[in-house]
Write a protein that binds this ligand. Structure first.
Ligand SMILES: Cc1ncc(C[n+]2csc(CCOP(=O)(O)OP(=O)(O)O)c2C)c(N)n1
Ligand SMILES: [Mg+2]
Length: 361
């Protein structure tokens, strides 16, 4: 079997933004909305990077380059479906309804960033690589047992497929026929480790064969391809067709996080090759050429995006700070005695520090 032939790359727009496939499932209005969201999210991501450099937020993991996959996936879900993502999945979460300032709040270490407002049906972002894939299976299986029509989607990276959790999750979902969709964002890198040092499989999609589930490979920089593929997948899974693994082939345009420098391990040629077909530029070219949006309309959207992002920066900066002792909250349903005494001690030191005019927090 040639995996590249067995799992062909699903594309609707080529790298130049030319239409090479069927786009009958997505309206012009939907495409305008996608462009607007991709623009807002790209603006936010770049602003977050600069805020970290200015010392106004802590470590931040940029998602630039992966917006088409994340928005395309989120757009294909029903409000009741579960979304279980990682630290890099804020684009999907914001599209789903998490306020724009939450990614910033998260990088300020604020616990409120883990409690999404109703009705957003999503787990807090996961930093333990691949753990959310198992959580998604649990949620999907529970929905099935309770006879609810909801499904669960796990978003994760290529590196996550090297973890045991990924394989356990796919096996369990397959055995239980849980309504779960596994979306791997293959952005080619796990920090500084390239894909070919992670695995010798030619594709991630082919790993579905081992669990006797459906596997698909889609161009993750092509929002039309991702959205249409996901719409069909979600429908099949909801109808009881069993779990599906979707490999979205994409590229991390930026660094792993603000603590990383990819020029130390990535060749410039690779960067340039992927940059050409990146999702926002690609959609832009298509929308201009097909006259779905004009240059002026795009500029107006870019201006609107800047305004929304500035408001998000203000919202994050003015969010009431949490007391230091709140780091002990939300870990256990009832806090164990040793931790309770540590929490009390910290609270006492903070109080004394305030009285003494210095902070121990
Ligand atoms: C269980 C576990 N092991 C190691 C790490 C350290 N770590 C953080 S990000 C990362 C790479 C993950 O790569 P990938 O799954 O491709 O996701 P990406 O960062 O590319 O989105 C690693 C190894 C971790 N967070 N959790
Ligand atoms: Mg990766």
């Amino acid at each position: 079997m040639d995996p590249l032939k067995a799992f062909p790359l699903i594309q609707v727009l080529d790298e130049d933004g030319r239409l090479i496939g069927d786009r009958s499932q997505v309206s012009d209005d939907q495409l305008r909305a996608f462009f607007r969201w991709l623009t807002i999210l790209r603006t936010l991501d770049q602003r977050a990077w600069n805020l970290q450099r200015q010392g106004r937020i802590g470590t931040y993991p940029p998602f630039s380059g992966q917006e088409a996959t994340q928005v395309g996936v989120a757009a294909a879900l029903s409000p009741d479906d579960w979304l279980c993502g990682s630290y890099r999945d804020w684009a999907a979460l914001v599209y789903r309804g998490v306020p724009l300032y939450f990614p910033l709040l998260n990088s300020m270490g604020h616990p409120a960033a883990g409690a999404f407002p109703d009705p957003v049906q999503a787990l807090p972002v996961q930093v333990v690589i691949a753990a959310q894939i198992l959580h998604a299976v649990g949620l999907a299986w529970a929905a099935k047992l309770q006879g609810e029509p909801r499904i669960a989607v796990a978003l994760f990276g290529d590196g996550a497929t090297s973890q045991g959790d990924f394989h356990e999750a796919l096996n369990l979902a397959s055995v239980m026929s849980a309504p779960a969709v596994f979306v791997c964002q293959n952005n080619q890198w796990a920090i500084s480790v390239p894909l070919h040092r992670q695995m010798h499989s030619q594709t991630i999609a082919q790993r579905a064969i081992a669990y006797n589930i459906e596997g698909l490979r889609v161009d993750g920089n092509d929002i039309i391809a991702v959205y249409q593929t996901m719409k069909e997948v979600v429908e099949r899974v909801r109808a009881g067709g069993g779990p599906v693994l979707v490999e979205a082939v994409t590229y991390r345009l930026g660094a792993h996080t603000t603590a990383d420098d990819p020029t130390r391990y990535r060749a410039r040629e690779e960067d340039e090759r992927f940059r050409h077909g990146e999702p926002l530029a690609r959609l832009r070219r298509y929308l201009l050429a097909s006259q779905i949006l004009s240059e002026d309309e795009m500029q107006a959207i870019e201006e609107e995006a800047k305004g929304l992002v500035e408001q998000a920066v203000t919202d994050a900066a003015s969010y009431p700070p949490s007391p230091p002792e709140s780091v002990f909250d939300h870990v256990y349903a009832s806090i164990p005695p040793q931790l309770l005494s540590q929490q009390e001690e910290l609270a006492r030191r903070v109080r004394e520090g305030r009285r003494g005019g210095q902070s121990h927090g």
